[in-house]
Design a binder for this molecule. Sequence first.
Ligand code: ZN
Length: 132
Amino acid sequence: MNNDFICPKCEGYLVVGGSVILSISMQSGLRGLILLSPELGNYAKVSSPHVKIENGEMLDYYCPICHAKLAASDVHPRLVRLIMIDDKSKRHEIFFSGIVGEHCTYKISETVYEKFGESSATYDQYFKTRRI
Ligand SMILES: [Zn+2]
């Protein structure tokens, strides 16, 4: 599976070396970069050793290219939005929780509604109107 991820704002490519690279800001104001898996439902993450990420913290995510905030506040203030281009060149909206340790991911396009992660029931209701 070779999913590519792009910024919804500038459409810049965010996958380098097999990871999705995003910029984050913590509640303390500390900023850094984080590497996420392009595989939906895989919540492995890598960040700078100086950026200590605790479960339950809300992170703000930004595009490292155009610095747009990636919040999907039109759906829910805790959700983050990216665009995924799958191996068949189909585009999907991807939403995931900005809360560390809250494992939920939603893949949405015209004919697709898929959810991943053990917390995926949490925001399910916010997508009902988007489903086909
Ligand atoms: Zn961008």
